[in-house]
Design a protein. Structure first.
Length: 341
């Protein structure tokens, strides 16, 4: 199997068993091998057909800098988990080095190496644990439809086939819910979004607890987050795929703005503007919802909502200051996507 190798990703973190290690940052260095089928990318020359090593490096650095682990074994596991969120990576080998570990002798390095596979998680899932795999969220027929819609093959006169290049769009999605284990539902929805053909999740905000906005305040509080993806899907194709993911998580639409296990709204689709009621862009109410604006700022502090009349748009940081629910959006966790709450 083909692979991508990242070597020597270095950042400061506070991992270790000893007291001082909890406070004084030290260097951790990570090597990661990502087993990915690179045959499509090597023919198409298209980033969407592979895994962006820059994004994986970002994930590794944010885990090193993030929540404390006593053991480098645990740190390695969290890094492997985050790498395997990208469905194209079938297996990963992660090595975490701790070159300044507290060892009372001269030494060059200490490291641990772990090997993890997508199929480990599928087996675990059979035992009712951790994250549902994206594949399990669709029926075989739904997956086929999605793949067929998004990957038309065509032949040229010589009989060769080459894949049609699609545009790569940047999209901002808002996720929310207030029934059931919302963070687990949202994690699994994010895996599903990343698994859609031609999609990659490129940013995930912190998770927030928010008071119901525009609805009965007796409703249970919501949890909200914002996710940025790149996609090759066209806007309505993406909307329909998102509606499938919502439905797979038990979303029904009997009551407008009723309680729900999962809601995914398209907030911005690569700056496109549309007043089509089936897909209004940018999302017509995002500008007045702190539960969208605040997590969006985590991913992009310079974000803007661009509209034709600019009545419902502007800089997200300024809109957030004016949003009626700005005092009712409370941080739960920045590390929630990895299960660290
Ligand atoms: N930007 C958008 N993102 C998602 N759905 C949209 C968008 N614009 C229009 N819609 C349409 O809105 C309809 C209702 O969507 P949904 O039931 O998710 O609304 P809601 O989440 O309860 O309310 P809100 O859109 O105010 O958050 C959908 O059938 C969809 O076609
Ligand atoms: N806090 C909060 N309030 C809401 C939300 C939501 O996601 N979070 N979604 C709504 C309709 O989409 C209506 N009100």
């Amino acid at each position: 199997m083909d692979y991508i190798t990242l070597t020597g990703i270095s950042a400061l973190g506070t991992h270790g068993v000893l007291d001082f290690e909890h406070k004084e940052p030290q260097q951790f260095v990570v090597d990661a091998v990502l087993y990915v089928d690179l045959s499509d990318a090597s023919r198409s020359d298209d980033l969407a057909d592979t895994v962006s090593y820059a994004q994986i490096a970002d994930r590794i650095v944010s885990i090193i800098q993030g929540e404390h682990c006593d053991l480098i074994e645990r740190l390695a596991q969290r890094i492997a988990d985050s790498i395997l969120l990208s469905w194209r990576v079938k297996k990963t080998i992660v090595t975490v080095h701790k070159p300044h570990a507290p060892i009372d002798h001269d030494f060059a390095d200490v490291s641990v190496t772990i090997e993890r596979m997508q199929s480990d998680y599928e087996e675990e899932q059979g035992a009712q644990s951790r994250k549902p795999s994206a594949a399990s969220l669709y029926t075989a027929q739904q997956r086929e439809t999605l793949h067929a819609e998004n990957s038309e093959e065509f032949g040229n006169s010589e009989g060769n086939t080459s894949r049609q290049k699609h545009s790569l769009y940047k999209v901002v999605l808002a996720l929310g819910g207030n029934i059931g284990d919302v963070e687990q539902t949202m994690r699994s929805a994010i895996v599903s979004l990343d698994s859609l053909p031609g999609n990659q999740v490129t940013g995930i905000s912190a998770l927030y607890s928010t008071k119901p906005w525009g609805v009965d305040q007796d409703m249970p509080d919501f949890k909200n987050a914002v996710v940025e993806i790149t996609t090759q899907m066209e806007p309505l194709q993406l909307l329909h795929a998102i509606q499938m993911i919502e439905a797979a998580h038990g979303r029904t639409r009997q009551v407008h703005w009723g309680s729900r296990p999962l809601d995914i709204d398209i907030i911005d689709f690569d700056g496109q503007v549309s007043d089509d009621p089936e897909l209004t862009l940018p999302h017509p109410r995002a500008w007045q919802r702190a539960f969208v604006l605040k997590p969006w700022m985590d991913i992009n502090p310079d974000a803007q909502i661009v509209t034709t009349d600019n009545r419902r748009g502007g800089r997200v940081c300024e809109l957030l200051d004016k949003a009626p629910d700005r005092d009712f959006v409370e941080l739960i966790s920045a590390q929630w996507i990895l299960g660290g709450m």
